[in-house]
Design a protein around this ligand. Sequence first.
Ligand code: ASP
Length: 338
Amino acid sequence: MKSGLALLVVALSVATGLTAAFAESVPDAPPIAIAIHGGAGTMNRADLTDEKEQAIREALSLALQAGHKQLAQGESAVSAVEAAIVVLENSPLFNAGHGAVFNSGGAHELDAAIMDGRTRNAGAIAGVGHIRNPILLAGEVMTASPHVMLAGAGAEEFAVSQGFELVENDYFSTEFRRQQLERAQAEQTSRNSLPPPELRFGTVGAVALDQDGNIAAGTSTGGMTNKRFGRIGDVPVIGAGTYADNETCAVSATGHGEYFIRSVVAHDIAALMRYSDKSLQEAVDEVVLEKLVEFGGSGGVISINRQGDIVMEHNTPGMYRGAIDTSGRLTTAIYKDE
Ligand code: ASP
C-alpha cells in the first residue's frame, strides 16, 4: 500500500471508528506492535458528542502512529512508548500533561513511570508540577540517575540539572478539568469520599514491542480529580500501574489507583504468567475481570508480550484505547462492546 493511501485509510478509519491497515507488514521482518490507553471510566455514549469522540479517536491514532514510527525505524520499545505518550500528554483531551486534572487545592501534581522489559530498568516521578512531559523525565530518571523514583521538588531539581525547561503549573489547566473539579467538590460529601466515577479517571499509557524483541511500558497521569495535596497514585509505583519484563509482559494500567497499588496489578499479571504459566489473556482476565472486581477496584490495563500479542481489558463501561498490531492493523476503541 502506498503511504498516501495508507494515510487515507487511517483518516477514514478515524472518521468511521473502523479499523485500517496502518502499515504494510514486511514478510520475515521481526514483529513490532504498540498499544495505548487514554484512561478507563464510565464513558456513556450519551455523554460523548460525535465531535469529541472523533477528536479522541484522532488523538489516539496520532499517538499510535508516533510510537509505531519509532518501531518501524528500528528504535527501542522505550522510545516508542515515550513518543506515543508525549502526543497524549500534549493533547488537552487526556488526564496527563496539558489537560491534567486538578487536585483539591486547584493545582496539578503529575505522576509518570516507564520500564524497559529488556533490563527491568525503570524510572518514575511523582507529584511534579512544572514538567511539560512527565514521561520524558521518568525516562531520564531511568537512564541518567541511579534511582527509580524521584518526587516533587527533588524531581524538578533533577529535571533542571538535565536541561529540562520548567513550565508554569497553569500550563496544565483546561476549563473542562476546572469544571470537573467544581463538580467533584460540590458532590463529594466528605473529605473521605471519592468524586463521582465519571470524574475520576483519564490517565494515558503505552506498551510496545520493538524489532529486537524487547518490550516496554509507560504511564502518565494527573491522578484523580480533587485528590488531596501530596497524594500519589499507582502510576509511578513500579509493579502497580506500570511494569515490563521481557520474560512475561509489559503492562500499563488505568483506574482507581489506591486499589491498583494494593493489588500490585501490573506485576500480578506478570507473576501469573511466570509462576502459573498463564497466557497473557488469561492473566489479564484473572486480574482485571476477577480479582480487581472482587476487591472493588475499577479500571483496566493494556498489555503486550514478546510475540506481539496485545490484550486490552477493563472492568469499567469504557476505556479509551488503541493498537497497531503485528500485521500493521490500526484500531481504536472506547466502549466495552467494541
Ligand atoms: N490510576 C490513576 C491514579 O489513580 C488514575 C487513572 O488511571 O485515571 O492516579
